[in-house]
Design a protein around this ligand. Structure first.
Ligand code: NAG
Ligand code: NAG
Length: 263
């Protein structure tokens, strides 16, 4: 038995050391990343950009466009899972062309470090940009250390750097970037004029209502009153006429009786 014990401990040692060696391949893959940029999709999916990563993976042309741009420089902005999740129904509602444009809208075909983004304000083109139209662009704007990306429809803030080594940088942002080419501007002035227009409208309505109240009730009120008065006066006249009639009849009767008696 004693001779087996050392062997047993040796086995334990090798089994425990074999466990650390299994993570070592992954660390060797991460050590290989400096030489060649890491897998974009795995980089994003392990950093709370899993939804964006899976959307990219499900569109072969979007993923290949991203990857083919890495050697010449690429800056990726991946919307966080919590910001992309509520947007998914809208995304799935888009045509496949629009879906592709929206994905390509989240990358600039130039390498930018966070520092270079901080030191530059202005309009940038994206992978979705049609060169001749300069469309599908957004504005990089800095406020202190904070870097925001603005479209006419919304704004996203850079949250963290997931990867930053020339020629690739990947930043996590807190919002899905909505290009104006795909979404109609929700016009806030539309509801605003309504309240502004309401006071005059309500005044007009009140005036109209006043006129309505004045004019419709007026005829009923004035009409019944004069009409009832007229009716009363007519009745009175009738009564007077009747009385006169009776008096005349009695007078005529009396005259006839007198004439008969006389004759
Ligand atoms: C999907 O599109 C239809 C028609 O364009 C629209 O009525 C509907 O509101 C859209 N749904 C979402 C979730 O965007
Ligand atoms: C940005 O895109 C719009 C179209 O959405 C275009 O009219 C405009 O010229 C572009 N701006 C720049 C600076 O390229």
């Amino acid at each position: 038995m004693p001779p087996f014990l050392p062997l047993f401990f040796l086995f334990l040692l090798t089994s425990t050391t074999s466990k650390p060696t299994s993570p070592s391949p992954s660390s060797s893959s991460s050590s290989s990343s400096p030489s060649s940029p890491p897998s974009l999709t795995s980089l994003m999916s392990t950093n709370h950009c899993k939804l964006f990563s899976s959307l990219l993976s499900s569109s072969s042309s979007a993923l290949s466009t991203f990857q083919s741009n890495i050697p010449s420089g690429l800056t990726v902005f991946c919307p966080s899972d919590s910001s992309l999740s509520p947007f998914l129904p809208t995304f799935k509602n888009l045509s496949s062309d629009s879906q592709l444009s929206l994905l390509l809208f989240h990358a600039i075909p130039i390498y930018n470090s966070l520092q270079s983004l901080r030191s530059s304000n202005g309009v940038v083109n994206t992978l979705a940009t049609d060169g001749s139209n300069n469309n599908f662009n957004f504005t990089v704007q800095n406020n202190g250390d904070a870097v925001t990306l603005k479209t006419p429809l919304n704004t996203a803030l850079i949250l963290t750097t997931l990867f930053d080594k020339d020629p690739l940088s990947v930043f996590k942002i807190d919002n899905v970037l909505k290009p104006r080419e795909l979404f109609k501007l929700v016009e806030p002035p539309a509801p605003a004029p309504a309240p502004v227009a309401e006071p005059p409208a309500s005044d007009k309505n009140k005036k109209k209502n006043k006129h309505k109240h004045n004019s419709p009730p007026a005829p009923p009120e004035s009409a019944p009153q004069p009409s009832s008065e007229n009716v009363k006066s007519a009745d009175d006249d009738n009564v007077g006429f009747r009385c006169a009639c009776v008096a005349w009849r009695q007078l005529v009767l009396a005259l006839v009786i007198v004439l008969v008696v006389v004759s």
